[in-house]
Each structure stands twice: as structure tokens, then as C-alpha cells.
Design a binder for this molecule. Structure first.
Ligand SMILES: *[C@@H]1O[C@H](CO)[C@@H](O)[C@H](O)[C@H]1NC(C)=O
Ligand SMILES: *[C@@H]1O[C@H](CO)[C@@H](O)[C@H](O)[C@H]1NC(C)=O
Ligand SMILES: *[C@@H]1O[C@H](CO)[C@@H](O)[C@H](O)[C@H]1NC(C)=O
Ligand SMILES: *[C@@H]1O[C@H](CO)[C@@H](O)[C@H](O)[C@H]1NC(C)=O
Ligand SMILES: *[C@@H]1O[C@H](CO)[C@@H](O)[C@H](O)[C@H]1NC(C)=O
Ligand SMILES: *[C@@H]1O[C@H](CO)[C@@H](O)[C@H](O)[C@H]1NC(C)=O
Ligand SMILES: *[C@@H]1O[C@H](CO)[C@@H](O)[C@H](O)[C@H]1NC(C)=O
Length: 636
């Protein structure tokens, strides 16, 4: 019944286009036609077929390539998140240049012929560090994120006063390509359910963007979520994947939006991976079948993701349900375009579906960018983290009786080193305990430079230590990415509570903020004088240490995939660019994507590796011409 009714309304809508189309003025308009249950663009019914792409996950020089491939698939629209923390990682300092040049991205989309659905948050989820919220918000210890909390709302207002005026000229109605704007993101999934917050956002969006732009919300497909996530004046849309009954899902949207266009704002073409979990895939036939069903109903759809990209640097998010689970570096997402932007069979199948509903641009799909297997490079050891502390912690330590968090030291991402001394002789293995589970997220423990083991949030709260009174204990803490979904997004990092060694509470800390990225950007370690450390005994290779090497590209700067076979866990930079985390020991991801334009054809390419647990004796890394996203160590 419902389906028949919807089809009838679509028919009415199309009929209206024939009759009223000529009456439309030349003024650019984009609005909702509540009578005929569709969007109206310049007075004519409009159905969008959209795909998600995140500029923050793709290097700038590949933006156009990915957009053209989306256009050639037959999409008329793209959907784009704006990650607040990507643009304001330091409070009050805004960056919209280079890889952060949002307006350039919008311009490229416009040149390509693509309309834009903008999702400026301020919270975006997106499996992105802290769901896009800047970690400096956590300096207010009691802040209630995503609520009408005064401190939070003040920060949001300041940010939106910067972002939204920039976006206003890009609205379709003002001559740009942004047709609709989402307010917040899946707010109904959040425990706070604070209507005052949503009202405040509505006021800000209207104030900065005007009364005429279509504002909307997106929520999971349950009554509870829609009840907390929707607000009058913001058009309510839903999101769902291939395992959902399409009719039932749109019926639910209808309960909250009795009239207007049907919209699935996130139709899942794939899914994300966490370290240690199985590699997620979504079947192509299912995607095609359900997409066809959605489009047949006359509904609007955004495919999430169409091009996933990469969580470069420290930008991955994490989930915290039963335990903390960090999102892997690749955001390939099993999407129609791969992490490296290559068209897949899923893309071709989607294009075949779209062909039934609108004309797909003629001409060939741009090919995959070329890939190159540069082969093996053998690295050498630079030194363990304790040894290079002067270089990577130029400011030196902060002294504190009890441990301080990353946020308290205003270092929000990456790694910090906590140093203290053993309070007494420990000739027998003595437990080092994190009684309140305060290690966020991993602690690599050395005594006098000798690696002793690690603690891990939620899963490893005790390990053994031996040593002598007065020995130096170094604990390198890794921030694995802040929680991006659910009630635990106030995800402080570092040592959040005391550690106990035997019967002693450890005190008198020297806490070193580490600016590893800054040191590498300034040329270290490749520019420095150093003596190579022979890699003869495996023991020497245990514990957090830096390794370096160079790749001669012999005139070829093509995309490649870096495999750290038998390495354990760490972080990699190439020519100063932080490629992200590797963790082949846990998987499923085995290779890191290196965009070709990062490579130099003439100069040696500088590889820097921070291995946290243990490097293999061979010290080799491998540059391959294809990714491996589904394997665990030993199986690949
Ligand atoms: C802004 O971001 C770009 C990368 O997109 C970076 O190269 C540049 O240094 C940043 N600018 C500032 C002032 O931090
Ligand atoms: C978008 O592109 C069209 C041509 O396709 C151009 O006329 C228009 O000025 C562009 N808009 C903006 C805001 O650049
Ligand atoms: C899908 O939901 C509709 C409406 O609730 C229902 O009539 C139909 O039987 C469902 N289809 C399947 C395959 O479950
Ligand atoms: C790490 O460096 C320290 C300081 O130079 C040194 O004492 C220690 O032996 C090193 N540890 C390893 C495992 O190489
Ligand atoms: C610590 O050492 C004791 C004694 O050797 C041993 O029984 C225990 O299993 C060890 N604990 C851990 C976490 O390794
Ligand atoms: C690698 O580092 C060396 C030494 O600092 C530098 O001369 C060279 O230009 C770097 N290579 C690239 C591609 O940046
Ligand atoms: C991933 O690899 C495992 C082990 O080889 C295999 O069982 C599984 O089917 C693979 N999953 C996908 C989605 O390819």
C-alpha cells in the first residue's frame, strides 16, 4: 500500500514538472515541495543521487580525480562533512588552506557539475577523531558535549560564525552548488536529547545562512532516534543500509515528515574496520538491488561512502561499546571507489542502476591511477624514544606529583612520554597495575631503556616490571584516536589515573609532550648526523624506537602501498607526511596507502617509522602495487 501511494505521488511530481516547469522563473531556487513530495530545483522536481566523499581523507591533488569519477558514475550530487577539528585544531586558529581548503573543494565540485549536500556538524561522527569535535573542548573538565552546556555552545557559536558565512555564497540559491545543509548528525542517537541545543543550532544556521536554504537532520531509523534528533523547521531524513526494509524505513520517515521528499541520507555501500575485527564488506548485488528499490520509489539517496579515503596522521576515530575499539587507518569502506580512488565492480553496478533513472554522462570512466611496486627498503635504527627525547620534546618535561592528561598539557594527538623512577628494588616480577583503567589508550613501558611490556585500555590492566630502586621508568602513551560515537565522546587521553607498582602509587612524574611530527617536518632524522645502530639481536629491537630509510623512486612517483611485514605496531611518515598507524600484528589492515604525489622523483624519499613494540631483525619494509586490507599477520 505504502509503496503504491509513494509511486502515485512520484507520478504527480513528474506530471507537475511537465506542467509547472515552464512557469518557473530564472531565479535559482532550491526548496521542498510538500504538496508533491519532492525537492524543487529552479521550480522543477529534483531527485538527488549522491555519494559521500570527505576532502579531509584525500590529498588535495586527487580531489578532482575522485569528483570526476563520481560524476561519470551518474551522480548529480556529493555529500560532504566538515570536520571542525581539522580546521581549528588549536582554539581560535583556523586553517582553510591546502588540504583544508574547503572552498577549493566546493569549487572543483562545481566545475565538475556536482551539487553539494553540506554537513557542517558541528558533530559529524564519520569515524573521525572525536566525531570532528576539537579535543581542546575537553579542557573544561565538566563540559557536556553536544548539549546546551554554556562552554560548548559558546565554542560552537564561535566556530559557526567563522564557517557558515564562508559557506553562504556557496548556497545554490546564492549562485553556488550547496543545495541543502544538515544540522548536527544523528543527534537522536545521543543520550542528551537536548532540544535547547538543537534550537540553538537552528537559530545559528538561520542567522548565518538565511531563511531560504533547506536545513535538514539525519537520524537512525528508529522512533526513539527520530524523536530526539528532529526539530521543527529542520527537514527530517533517515539513514539505513542494505539489510533494512526500505518501505518500512521510509514509512518511519513519514511518521515524522508526513509530506515532502523521501530521503536516505546514508545508504551504506560498505562499512568501516576496527583493529582486531573482521574486515567488513557489503555485497555488490545487495547494494544494487536496494539502490534500485530506493530510486524506484522516487526517493533521494546519498551513498555513504562513495569514496572513503584514508585516516592519515592521527585522524581515525574509535568506538566504545563493550570495549574501546580504534578505527583502522584505511577508510576504504569497501566503497565503489577504493581508498586509492580506483573504480570497482561495485561502481559499475551502481552506474548500471543509475542509468535506469537518469542519463549517465557519456565517455569513458577515468582509469585507476597507476600503481607501482618499488620493492623492499631496509631501514636502520635511529634510536629508542628515550634516547631521542631532546629532539622530539624540545620543550622538555612538565613536572607533576600525579599524572596529567594530554588535554591538561594541551597536546591533543599522538604520543606523550611519562617518566618516573622505581620507588624500590623489584628483583621479582612485580605487577604494574592500572586499577581505574586509566591508560588511554596504550602504555609502552621501559625500565632503563629496556622494554618490559605494555598496558592497554580495557584489555590489559596489569603487567610485570623488574628493576632497581631509582631506575628510570619510561611510559610512552599512545592516543589511539578519540571515541567518535555514543555517550563516551569525552575521551581524555594519557594517564587518567594513578598507576600502582607493587604496593606503591607512582608519583613525581616528568611528563614530556612529544612533537614528533614537528621534528620530522624540520628534517629529522634524515638531516641529522648519526651513527647507524647494527640490528643484530632481536632484544635490542624491542620497545618504542625510531627507524629510518630512503626510497629511490627512479623517476616514478606513482601510488604505492607500504607493507610492514613482521613489524608489530606503530606510525609511519614519508617525506614528513604522517601516513597513519600500522598494526599488522592485529590486522585486518596490512598496507598503508601512499599517494604518488607524496613521492619525489629526483630526491631520496625519506621514510621514518616509529615502532612501538618490536621491529623484525630484517628491518625491511615493502612497497607493493596493491593493498591488503584483510589479513592478520602470518596469514598474508
Ligand atoms: C594548514 O594546513 C596545511 C595542510 O592542509 C598545512 O600545510 C599548514 O601548515 C597549516 N597552516 C597552519 C598555519 O597551521
Ligand atoms: C559554478 O559553475 C558554473 C558553471 O558550471 C558557473 O557558472 C558558476 O559561476 C560556478 N559557481 C561558483 C560559485 O563558482
Ligand atoms: C517491508 O515492510 C513493509 C511495511 O512494513 C511490509 O509490508 C513488508 O512485508 C516488508 N517486507 C519484507 C520483505 O519484510
Ligand atoms: C635506549 O636508550 C637509552 C638511552 O640512550 C639506553 O640507555 C638504552 O640502552 C636504550 N635501549 C635499548 C633497548 O636500546
Ligand atoms: C607476573 O609474574 C608472575 C610471577 O612470575 C606470574 O605468575 C604472572 O603471570 C605475571 N603476570 C603477568 C601479567 O605477566
Ligand atoms: C629527505 O631528507 C633529506 C635530508 O634532510 C633532504 O635533503 C631531502 O630533500 C629529503 N627528501 C625529500 C623528498 O623531501
Ligand atoms: C578475510 O580473510 C579471512 C581469512 O582469510 C576470510 O575468511 C574472509 O572471508 C575474508 N573476508 C573478506 C570480506 O574477504
Amino acid at each position: 500500500m505504502a509503496t503504491a501511494a509513494v509511486l502515485f505521488l512520484v507520478a504527480v511530481c513528474l506530471f507537475c514538472s511537465a506542467v509547472c516547469g515552464n512557469l518557473g522563473s530564472t531565479k535559482r531556487t532550491f526548496s521542498i515541495d510538500y504538496k508533491n513530495n519532492c525537492f524543487l530545483k529552479d521550480g522543477k522536481p529534483f531527485q538527488y543521487i549522491s555519494g559521500s566523499i570527505h576532502y579531509s581523507r584525500i590529498p588535495r591533488y586527487y580531489w578532482k580525480d575522485r569528483l570526476v569519477k563520481m560524476y561519470m558514475t551518474g551522480l548529480n550530487t556529493i555529500q560532504v562533512y566538515v570536520p571542525w577539528n581539522f580546521h581549528e585544531s588549536v582554539q581560535g586558529v583556523h586553517n582553510f588552506t591546502e588540504d583544508r581548503d574547503l572552498e577549493h573543494f566546493l569549487d572543483l565540485a562545481n566545475q565538475t557539475g556536482l551539487l553539494v549536500i553540506l554537513r557542517p556538524g558541528p558533530y559529524i561522527c564519520a569515524e573521525w577523531e572525536m566525531g570532528g569535535l576539537p579535543a581542546w573542548l575537553l579542557q573544561k573538565p565538566n563540559i557536556i558535549l553536544r548539549s546546551a552546556d554554556t562552554d560548548y555552545v559558546q565554542a560552537v557559536s564561535n566556530w559557526l560564525a567563522v564557517l557558515l558565512p564562508k559557506m553562504k555564497p556557496w548556497l545554490y540559491i546564492n549562485g553556488g552548488n550547496i543545495i541543502t545543509i544538515q544540522v548536527e548528525n544523528e543527534y537522536g542517537s545521543y543520550y542528551a536529547c537536548d532540544y535547547n541545543y538543537m534550537r540553538h543550532l537552528r537559530t545559528l544556521f538561520r542567522f548565518f545562512l538565511g531563511e531560504d536554504v533547506v536545513l535538514f537532520t539525519t537520524d537512525g531509523n528508529t522512533d526513539k532516534e527520530l524523536a530526539c534528533g528532529t526539530l521543527e523547521g529542520l527537514y527530517a531524513t533517515v539513514d539505513f543500509g542494505t539489510d533494512t526494509n526500505v518501505t518500512a524505513a521510509f514509512n518511519r520517515q513519514r511518521r515524522f515528515e508526513p509530506r515532502g521528499p523521501l530521503v536516505n541520507s546514508e545508504f551504506y555501500t560498505g562499512w568501516l574496520d576496527h583493529w582486531g575485527d573482521r574486515h567488513a564488506v557489503v555485497n555488490t548485488q545487495k547494494v544494487s538491488r536496494v539502490l534500485e528499490e530506493i530510486l524506484t520509489m522516487g526517493a533521494n539517496v546519498n551513498m555513504y561512502m562513495f569514496e572513503g579515503g584514508t585516516n592519515f596522521g592521527y585522524w581515525n576515530g574509535a568506538d566504545h561499546d563493550s570495549r574501546f575499539r580504534s578505527v583502522v587507518t584505511s577508510y576504504d569502506y569497501d566503497a565503489p571507489l577504493t581508498e586509492a580512488g580506483d573504480p570497482t565492480e561495485k561502481l559499475l553496478a551502481i552506474r548500471d542502476v543509475i542509468k535506469q533513472f537518469r542519463e549517465v554522462p557519456s565517455g569513458p570512466m577515468p582509469p585507476a591511477t597507476p600503481k607501482f611496486a618499488y620493492g623492499f627498503v631496509t631501514l636502520e635504527k635511529v634510536g629508542n624514544v628515550s634516547k631521542v627525547l631532546d629532539t622530539i620534546s624540545p620543550l622538555g618535561p612538565v613536572k607533576s606529583e600525579y599524572p596529567l592528561t594530554f588535554e591538561e598539557l594541551k597536546q591533543y594527538y599522538g604520543y606523550m612520554l611519562y617518566r618516573t623512577t622505581l620507588p624500590q628494588d623489584l628483583s621479582e616480577p612485580t605487577p604494574l597495575i592500572s586499577p581505574l583503567n586509566g591508560v588511554h589508550d596504550r602504555a609502552y613501558v621501559s625500565v632503563n631503556g629496556v622494554f618490559q611490556g605494555l598496558l592497554e585500555r580495557d584489555t590489559a590492566l596489569v603487567m610485570n616490571v623488574t628493576g632497581k630502586q631509582g631506575d628510570t621508568m619510561d611510559i610512552l602513551i599512545e592516543n589511539m584516536g578519540r571515541v567518535n560515537f555514543g555517550s563516551k565522546i569525552n575521551d581524555y587521553k594519557g594517564l587518567l589515573s594513578n598507576l600502582i607498582l607493587g604496593k606503591d602509587v607512582l608519583t613525581n612524574w616528568n611528563i614530556y609532550p612529544l612533537d614528533i611530527d614537528g621534528a620530522i617536518a624540520r628534517g629529522w632524522p634524515h638531516s641529522g648526523n648519526r651513527r647507524s645502530v647494527p640490528a643484530s639481536r632481536r632484544e635490542r629491537l624491542a620497545g618504542p624506537a625510531f627507524y629510518m630509510g630512503t626510497l629511490q623512486s627512479n623517476g616514478i612517483a606513482w601510488d604505492t602501498f607500504l607493507k610492514l611485514n613482521e613489524w608489530t605496531k606503530g606510525q609511519v611518515w614519508i617525506n614528513g607526511v604522517n601516513l597513519g598507524r600500522y598494526w599488522p600484528a592485529r590486522g585486518p589492515q596490512q598496507t598503508l596507502y601512499i599517494p604518488g604525489p607524496l613521492l619525489s622523483t629526483t630526491r631520496p624519499n625519506n621514510i621514518t617509522v616509529l615502532e612501538l613494540e618490536g621491529a623484525p631483525a630484517h628491518l625491511r619494509v615493502l612497497f607493493m602495487d596493491r593493498p591488503q586490507l584483510n589479513a592478520t599477520a602470518g596469514k598474508s
